[in-house]
Design a protein around this ligand. Sequence first.
Ligand SMILES: Cc1cc2nc3c(=O)[nH]c(=O)nc-3n(C[C@H](O)[C@H](O)[C@H](O)COP(=O)(O)OP(=O)(O)OC[C@H]3O[C@@H](n4cnc5c(N)ncnc54)[C@H](O)[C@@H]3O)c2cc1C
Length: 526
Amino acid sequence: MRTPDHIVVGAGAAGCAVAAGLVEQHGATVLLLEAGPTGRDPRLSIPAAASDLWFGRYDWAYETEPQPGLGGRRDTWPRGRVLGGSTAINAMMYVRGMDTDFDEWEACGASGWGAAEMTAAFRRLEDDVRGPADHRGVGGPVRIEHQRDPSPLTTAFLDACEELGIPRVDDYHADPDGCGLTMVTQRVGRRWSAADAFLRPLLRARDPRLILRTDVEVDRIVVEGGRAVGVEAVVDGRRRVARATAGVVLAAGTVESPHLLLRSGIGPAAHLRERGVEVVADLPGVGENLQDHVLSGVAAGTDGDSLYGADRDLGALARYVRRRRGRLTSNLAEAIAFVRTGADEPLPDVELMALPVALRDHGRTRFPEHGLTIGAILLRPESRGRIRLRGTAPGQPPRIDPRTCEDPDGVDLRRLRDGVRWCQRLVTETAALGGRVTHLIEPSRRLTDAAELTAHVRRTVQTLYHPVGTCRIGTDDLAVVDPRLRVHGFDGLWVADASVMPTVPRGHTQATAMAIGDRFARELVS
Ligand SMILES: Cc1cc2nc3c(=O)[nH]c(=O)nc-3n(C[C@H](O)[C@H](O)[C@H](O)COP(=O)(O)OP(=O)(O)OC[C@H]3O[C@@H](n4cnc5c(N)ncnc54)[C@H](O)[C@@H]3O)c2cc1C
């Protein structure tokens, strides 16, 4: 094999965009290394099967450290480990975040990452079925469609939101205060992952400039004289080194990109020494600034119309196979609403998300009856956690300590409590939804007391799978990459994935991760 120009580590939302962009825009030869398999499992393309994929062979299935904010519980963190990364197992929601989020990035040192640049990047990537608009694009690689058969319970949820004064909006990217059906990254009822969007044309054409190797878990970066020259991986029990002439792009995600830097001796010096790792560079921000969206909410029984039993419904399977319609096209999180928990909130601080199925604990418990779940998502968490080394044996997972709901002023807990109050109002006070709810499942009665609500949140709060920030862009001492995504102090070493986001946007993170990868390859790498 010819020595490639670049090695890209991780074929997820960002990595697929990076690899395709380097090949297509720069004519570069790219070795794209992915820890997971290619993934030929039909469940990877059936939207409603998404949660069946979690905690299985396509998932890193991390466990956090015990969280005091969760009453000492550990949370579990699915992350995609397959071609397409987390976009191959996610809920397909296309929700970019708000302009202010990106202007805040710019203001805190991520110059060139403001709303104007990000909107231009999103528009370039999008192929939105609704057609072009000021803030919307068509003709790009990322297909965005309406859901094909949302549940009547979802319609009832939206009607209920309107009853409570949350206006229904046509496009939640144009109008951040409102509710609507979730737009999804699907093509005619099938998942459209980042691998579909960015790699498929190159793989179909057998373009020799893209060299894809799956089932290769990179162990560390090889640095010589302040320059990244390659990576080391254990393949079939043997240590192998791959080299690149221009350098290495880490796109392994918020957990693994900082983990790879730490394993390679790049991170907080005291921590590296404590773990017996030779210090290559003292970069104190590596693994810090971990932020995540978390949610808590309510589950209720309904008089029908949910996804209950869809996995055993041969009729639903037949409809899906023949016409790509019916319950199996559901992305689970079918509708969303943005609300403010206080009149003084400058923007929505909680997102309500409706799933036409009663479940808890990442769907590991599905209540055996028709029902729905409404989650309240904390859009701008105050808590900050970190990723640290557990050890250095190949394949050993890092320590993930998100410090959920541990902000000193208790703002996160307060907002989540208020969010759960919104969920309760929707299922108990409205004609549209309340009229269809037969009973409350979790909590089993309406909670009003702050202490009870706090206990409910601590018992049920979980990740919404949007960790970011552990290799933050900036120019200060705790920043890990500069605005061109170069790791401070190194040549030929970049990070381009969700880990570089300075703060988590008020949206869902796949769009932003893809835009980061695409912008890096098109505009920033030189
Ligand atoms: C269950 C779930 C549901 C979600 N739902 C949504 C949603 O509906 N909408 C939304 O916008 N966002 C959603 N997200 C979040 C979104 O998918 C992620 O934010 C986004 O994919 C992050 O992109 P990334 O490129 O940083 O990482 P990823 O997409 O996770 O890609 C990282 C890739 O790197 C690979 N990798 C890691 N370490 C190594 C290594 N050492 N060697 C080789 N390869 C490695 C991984 O296997 C993976 O393929 C969800 C995520 C999950 C897990």
